[in-house]
Design a protein around this ligand. Sequence first.
Ligand SMILES: [Zn+2]
Length: 203
Amino acid sequence: MEARFAMRSILESHVPAPAVSYCYDLWERYQFDFVASRPRRTRLGDFTAQPSRRERITVNVNLNPYNFLVTYLHEVAHLEVYRHYKRRQPPHGNAWKTHFRGLLIPVMNEANFPLSVLTPLLDYAKNPTASTGTHLPLMQALKTIDAPQTDLVMVSQLPEGQIFRLNQKVFVRGTQRRTRIVCVEKVSQKKYLVAAHAWVEKL
Ligand SMILES: [Zn+2]
């Protein structure tokens, strides 16, 4: 009983309100251990299966509700694949993509996501990859929601030639190469590749 209450309250504080029951029902159906984890830089969540133990899903506690929900369903999709297929499947292969998409469909609507996130999410869900970070429009939409209310802007939003500060250094914004932007550090004149979604201080 206590675990149920705890799970519901975790979900209530981390996923959009209309999705709480849906996420809770998945947890009840599959009976996995769930941990809202301390933030990890290298991943947003994970799924672990060990023989003779309950499967475990973790999601970083600091994610915004939209990213938390998508990450939660990403990991539940791993669990579904693990349960459905005896043979090992590639971690983010077709089986996982199908299950993940199936899990996303009931929540991909305006009740759960602002349009700014929903639009790129619908596109991402057509052929989901291991990380939302590889889908630039979705990544940017999620980052915009996380943006602190200061003068920070995403480096991709600056015009070429604009000067900005990042990690106490001053750079000139150059041209974009795929998901990164070539920037020149003012003092050393060295070129750096800065992630297009990095938050910088416009000078
Ligand atoms: Zn994964």
